[in-house]
Design a protein around this ligand. Structure first.
Ligand code: DGT
Ligand code: CA
Ligand code: CA
Ligand code: ZN
Length: 580
C-alpha cells in the first residue's frame, strides 16, 4: 500500500490546493477521484505503472493522472504537485489537516483573516477575528480551537531514535562542565518508549549555576522556556523540549527514580511505601512521622535516597529495569533476566544495492562483522515491491549464487542467501515454493494493502506464518510510527500460529517501525513464541538501530533464549534447516 497511499495523499493535496486557489470544479474533482481510486486500489500502483495502459483502465484515472503516477514511481515526486505547494503559504496545509477544516474554510480563513499557518489561526481565534466571517458561529470556532489543541498534543511526540542521540549528546556535553558529578537522562526516554514527549535530564553538581548556564546556552537551543536554579527548560531548534533538573548528589537515586516514572509506576511505588509506614518522594524514602508536609523540609533523615537500588531494597524489591516501569506487573521479588544488546549474535534482515539498500554485499558483510556477528542475512525485496527495485526470479537466482560465492570468499562471518518476500494482499507469497526452497532464510513481510480489515489481515499473515518455507514474519503490522497505523491483526492468533509452526515473529528494530510493538512482544514472550530482532538495515550505520529493538524487546519482557538472534551459529543453522 505504501505507494498507493503516498500517491493518494499527493492527489488529495493537489485537489485541496486547487480548491484553495480557486481552480475550477472539474479539475478539483478529477484529482479527488484519483485520490479515492488509489485508496481503494488493492494492487500496488507501482506494479501497474510498469504497464501504463493498465492504469487508465482503473475507474477515475485518466491519461493525465496516469502520467503523473508514472512520474512518481520513477522519480519519487510529481513536478506539478511541487509547483502547487509553492503557490500557497507553507503552513496552510497544516491548517487543512486540522480535523474539521476543509479547503473551503481554509480558503476563507486565508483570504479574509490572513491565516497562513496553525499559529496565525490560533492568534486570530484568540483575538476574536473570526467571528465576523461568514459561516463562523461560536460553536464552529470552539471546535476549531479544540482540534488545534488535539493536533498539538498528538503530533508533538518525537520518535525514540530521534530523541535518544540528542539526549546522549546533551548528557555528554553536560558531563564535562566544571563541578558536575552525575548526569543521566530519565523519563520516557530512559524507559525506552517508542515516542518521547520531552527529554528529561537529571544532574548533580557542586556548581549548579554554571551547569544551568551551560545548558541554556548550548548549541542548538532555540528558546529558553524556564531558567530556574534547580529546573531549566529549553526548546531545541529541532522542536524537542528538554528539561534539566539539578538535584542533590546524595539524593540522586531518589530523583532519578521519580523522574524516570512512569507516573503509574510511581503511584504504585508510593502506595507500596505507605503500606510499610514509609513515605516516598523525589528526595528519598522517609519514615512516616505522621506529620503533614514534605519530611525532608523538617530535617527527617531518609531511609534511602542515594541510589535507586537502595530505595527499591527499602520496599523489598530488586532493582527494576526502567523499561519495565509501567505498572504492568513489575513489582515482583524476582524478575526475568531481560535480553541485552550484548546478547545479539546476528542480524537476519538487511538490504543491498540489489534492491533499495545502499550497501554492496561486501559492505554489508563488513558492517556485520564490525558488530561481532557470526551470521548476517541478505534479504532484498521481492518482485512485487517494484518501488523498492524488488528482484525478479532470475535476479534472485543470480544473487543466491553471488551470496554463496561471497560466503566462500569472506572469512569471519557467515552470509545467508535470503529474501524479504512480499506477502500479497491475499496471503500468497511473491515467489514460488521452488525458488523459496533454494534460499537459506525466508522473511515474509506485508508491504501493500495495509488498510485491510483485521480479520482479513489475520488470515493473510497466518498464511505466511503457516507456510513451511517461511522462517520469519517480517514487521507484522507494517506500521510507521507517527505516520501510518498499519494492519491490526489478531496478535494472539498470530502468536499461536507462530508457535505451532515454529515461525519467528520479527521485532523490526528500525525506530520508524518498532514492529512488533512492546505490548505485542510481551504477549509473544509470555506465550513462548520465538522473536527475531532485526534492523532491516539499508545502510551500514543502520545496524546500530538494533539498540531500539532491544529497548522495545525489554519493554516486552523478552529474554535472550526466546530471541533467535542470540543463538549460536550451530543452533541457528539447525533451526533454519528444520524448516525445509
Ligand atoms: P513523556 O515525556 O510524555 O514521553 O513521558 P514522561 O514519562 O517522560 O513524562 P514527563 O516528562 O511528563 O515526566 C517525567 C517523569 O516525572 C514521569 O515519568 C514521572 C515523573 N512525574 C512527572 N509528573 C508527575 C506527577 O504528577 N506524578 C508523578 N507520580 N510522577 C510525575
Ligand atoms: Ca519526558
Ligand atoms: Ca518532562
Ligand atoms: Zn526489509
Amino acid at each position: 500500500m505504501s505507494t498507493n497511499s503516498e500517491l493518494a495523499t499527493i492527489f488529495s493535496e493537489m485537489a485541496a490546493i486547487l480548491e484553495i486557489t480557486g481552480a475550477n470544479r472539474f479539475r478539483v474533482n478529477a484529482h479527488t477521484r484519483v485520490a479515492r481510486a488509489l485508496k481503494d486500489l488493492t494492487t500496488d500502483v507501482g506494479l501497474l505503472a510498469a504497464e501504463p495502459a493498465k492504469l487508465t483502465t482503473i475507474d477515475g484515472i485518466g491519461a493525465g493522472s496516469a502520467k503523473k503516477i508514472i512520474e512518481y514511481t520513477q522519480t519519487g515526486k510529481i513536478k506539478e504537485h511541487q509547483e502547487m505547494l509553492g503557490s500557497i503559504p507553507n503552513g496552510l496545509l497544516d491548517v487543512l489537516n486540522i480535523q474539521g477544516l476543509g479547503p473551503k474554510t481554509v480558503k476563507l480563513l486565508w483570504e479574509q483573516a490572513n491565516v497562513t499557518d496553525v499559529k496565525s489561526l490560533s492568534t486570530a481565534i484568540d483575538a476574536g477575528e473570526l467571528t465576523n466571517l461568514p459561516r463562523m458561529g461560536e460553536k464552529t470556532i470552539r471546535n476549531i480551537k479544540e482540534s488545534i489543541e488535539f493536533a498539538a498534543r498528538s503530533t508533538g511526540r518525537s520518535r525514540l531514535g530521534k530523541a535518544m542521540p540528542m539526549a546522549e549528546a546533551i548528557a555528554e556535553h553536560l558531563r564535562h562542565v566544571e563541578g558536575v558529578k552525575q548526569v543521566q537522562y530519565a523519563g520516557s526516554l530512559r524507559r525506552g518508549a517508542e515516542t518521547i514527549g520531552d527529554i528529561d535530564i537529571l544532574a548533580s553538581s557542586t556548581d549548579p549555576k554554571t551547569l544551568a548556564k551551560t545548558f541554556q546556552t548550548m548549541e542548538g537551543v532555540d528558546k529558553v522556556l524556564v531558567a530556574g536554579e534547580t529546573k531549566c527548560s529549553i526548546r531545541l531548534a529541532t522542536g524537542i523540549q528538554v528539561d534539566l533538573r539539578i538535584v542533590e548528589d546524595d539524593a540522586f537515586g531518589a530523583a532519578l527514580m521519580y523522574f524516570t516514572g512512569s507516573k503509574q509506576h510511581n503511584v504504585a511505588m508510593r502506595e507500596r511505601a505507605i503500606k510499610r509506614k514509609l513515605r516516598l518522594n523525589e528526595y528519598g524514602i522517609f519514615p512516616d512521622d505522621g506529620i503533614d508536609g514534605p519530611p525532608q523540609k523538617r530535617g527527617v533523615k531518609p531511609v534511602a535516597a542515594r541510589t535507586e537500588e537502595d530505595i527499591f531494597a527499602a520496599l523489598d524489591l530488586p532493582w527494576i529495569p526502567p523499561e519495565l516501569r509501567e505498572d504492568r506487573g513489575e513489582f515482583k521479588k524476582k524478575l526475568p533476566k531481560l535480553i541485552e544488546l550484548g546478547d545479539i549474535e546476528t542480524d537476519l534482515h538487511a538490504h543491498t544495492t540489489e534492491s533499495d539498500g545502499r550497501m554492496s554485499l561486501d559492505e554489508l558483510a563488513q558492517a556485520a562483522m564490525e558488530r561481532g556477528y557470526h551470521t548476517i542475512a541478505v534479504t532484498d525485496h521481492s518482485k512485487s515491491s517494484a518501488q523498492a527495485n524488488g528482484l525478479s526470479e532470475d535476479r534472485l537466482r543470480r544473487q543466491i549464487t553471488e551470496v554463496h560465492e561471497a560466503n566462500e570468499r569472506i572469512s569471519g562471518i557467515t552470509l545467508l542467501a535470503g529474501s524479504e518476500v512480499d506477502i500479497l494482499s491475499d496471503g500468497r507469497l511473491d515467489y514460488d515454493d521452488d525458488l523459496l526452497a533454494e534460499l537459506d532464510i525466508v522473511i515474509a513481510s506485508p508491504h501493500v494493502a495495509l488498510r485491510q480489515r483485521s480479520e482479513k489481515a489475520t488470515k493473510r499473515l497466518l498464511c505466511a506464518i503457516q507456510h513451511p518455507l517461511v522462517h520469519i514474519l517480517g514487521h507484522p503490522t507494517g506500521r510507521i510510527i507517527n505516520r501510518r497505523e498499519g494492519l491490526s491483526p489478531d496478535i494472539h492468533a498470530l502468536i499461536e500460529g507462530a508457535i505451532a509452526h515454529g515461525t519467528a515473529l520479527e521485532l523490526n528494530a528500525n525506530y520508524l517501525r518498532l514492529d512488533l510493538r512492546d505490548t505485542h512482544v510481551r504477549a509473544a514472550a509470555d506465550s513462548g513464541a520465538l522473536i527475531s530482532i532485526n534492523t532491516d538495515a539499508h545502510a551500514p550505520d543502520q545496524f546500530d538501530q538494533m539498540r531500539y529493538g532491544i529497548l522495545t524487546a525489554r519493554r516486552g519482557w523478552l529474554t535472550a533464549k526466546n530471541c533467535i538472534n542470540t543463538w549460536s551459529k550451530q543452533k541457528l543453522t539447525q533451526w533454519l534447516g528444520s524448516k525445509k
